[in-house]
Design a protein around this ligand. Sequence first.
Ligand SMILES: Nc1ncnc2c1ncn2[C@@H]1O[C@H](COP(=O)(O)OP(=O)(O)OP(=O)(O)O)[C@@H](O)[C@H]1O
Length: 701
Amino acid sequence: MYNSILNTPVEFIKGIGPNRADVLKKDLGLFTYQDILSHYPFRYIDRTKYFKINEINFDSQYIQIIGRVISKKVVGEKRTKRIVAVFKDDTGLMELVWFQSLKWVEDNITVGVAYVAFGKPSLFNGTFSISHPEMELYHNKIAGRGNLTLQPVYNSTEKLKKFTLDSKGLQRIIAGLLDQVIPQVEENLPHYILSKYQLCDKKTALLNIHFPKNQQDLNAAERRLKFEELFFIQLQLLHNKQLRQLKFKGVKFDKVGEKVNRFYKEFLPFELTNAQKRVVKEIRIDTQRGVQMNRLVQGDVGSGKTAVALMSMLLANDNGYQACMMAPTEILARQHYASITELVTDDLVKVAILTGSTKKKDRTILHEQLESGEIDVLIGTHALIEDKVQFKNLGLVVIDEQHRFGVEQRARLWRKNTIPPHILVMTATPIPRTLAMTLYGDLDVSVIDELPAGRKPIETRHLFEGQRLRMFGFMKQEIAKGRQVYIVYPLIKESEKLDLLHLEAGVEQLSYQFPRPDYQISIVHGQMPNADKQFEMQQFIDGKSQIMVATTVIEVGVNVPNASVMVIENAERFGLSQLHQLRGRVGRGSDHSFCILMSGNKLSKEGKVRLETMVRTNNGFEISEIDLQLRGPGDITGTQQSGVLDLKLADLAKDQIILSEARNTVIELFETDPQLEKQEHSSLKAHLQKLERGISFDKIS
Ligand SMILES: Nc1ncnc2c1ncn2[C@@H]1O[C@H](COP(=O)(O)OP(=O)(O)OP(=O)(O)O)[C@@H](O)[C@H]1O
């Protein structure tokens, strides 16, 4: 991306010495000039604002005060030896204290002279004081010689180590480095892009992100560098997509045959929604082109993704190919298997399931049937990607919640056929648009933005502990109508024991409120043996129990259309998308359904927003955006492991517009100059070539 000077190792910085170079490398992860220059400040102190001494309080951060030193004396001995100066303005007195550099203070700080003192005040013996303030002659400041306006503050190393680098130390290093290298920094974005989006040039941006003269310059620098950051991510993603399309032919699904047609006419128990039809059509077009499909299907809970996946798999079968569907957990795989085998029969398509708990004997038979092509559709977990699992001719892979699968695992799937199979990725709940563009930017996206007709919106209420009896009363009413109820408890690893206690206490209270034989309660939690779990779930699915008490989303990942009430205990402890996913377990039939969020009285501000959002809307797309605003991308399930999100400056919650601009720019770029042959794109081309040399294709695919 840059010229070689920026790749110079940090030990070559003037005056840095081996110890400080070590701190930079080991503690801050900064190895080259480039790393240091993109170690951006995390905030700025406004050095244009002045405080009065009587305005100082316990919350005061770094501030500056104009005053006069009215006395100065050395106090204490040995290690406590220090110079204390009394500093005065027209509102009061405070102290300035130095434990080090005493000689410098003796020589340079003069009683009777006016200074600007800068630092963080603390209260000591009833007086506010600043230790080691930065001092500047008031006269100089006014004359404009000390022209700091917004002072950068950097993440720095801990104070305890022998060799440390504080923010000021870094500030000095960066200032020196900028002086040295700025003339040699090359622009890395084409000029027409800079002028189209009115972005400042690279040199100005680097200078102003570290040492802005005013807020306006800082904003411009930030905008330019955020754009650049997002632009290069998009460049790489869309380049990968382009490469893949050039490099890999896709198997061709030319025809819609008997299986799809029969399924549509004889088996499908409902009319597809327009959104489902549109997505099936998009998949059909994609798989006809002879290019490998890589498509993400985003749909809200209950929007009918299974039917879309199944039709795509039948399309593969119609063209002589097998298909497989991979789920992140055994329970989800079983659920998919159950819902698919409910929709089709063996004479239309042979469906099998393979998970970690498939017995060895069954496994051997399965392997043979897969290799002979007897099995059309295989559903399973990670067990599917084992090398022993060989297909006769795999044409389509559907990945449910792909972000839980590593890139390497995806690549292993690819190798199961000479021509890589088409890939359809499905998310369990929608993910925010900016996140989708960044995480899945190399995929095409389909959206199922419509729920099947006749669905009544789920009514959501938030109740406090004191309203529990009301909740029980409501449950009784619904059960009397023949409906079933879920009650979900949080189960968070750190407090697993306590959570289980809560669950047990809850069950005890429930058994008292809902006694046998009138009521049956099923209980499912993660620490039960698998067979017990299956049994309890089956009881609920068969309608033999009216209440299902469970711990996590996955454990209730069942489709029981007769369940119409979802009670979520300690709802404030769940994330928004998890709450939404849980709520999606009801409202799957035509009954009016309810979600009751139970919480304690004390709610954090964020917890309150989450619950209010749930009450206000059923729209998963809207909820995912709010989730992103609240938690940031790093905390959204599954994104943690993605290096793509190590953004230095851009914020996917706030910088939607810049991201769209960057993405559109790259799309246009590849449309007008697919091979990046134009002179103005030569540095971009070089950048991509450098990346390609460093990363094998399997890793980025
Ligand atoms: N077009 C449709 N008309 C009526 N019912 C439908 C339609 N499509 C799907 N369904 C039904 O809606 C329910 C939800 O479908 P499905 O399980 O595929 O949802 P999903 O998108 O996978 O959601 P989730 O992630 O919540 O499981 C199922 O009972 C399914 O039979």
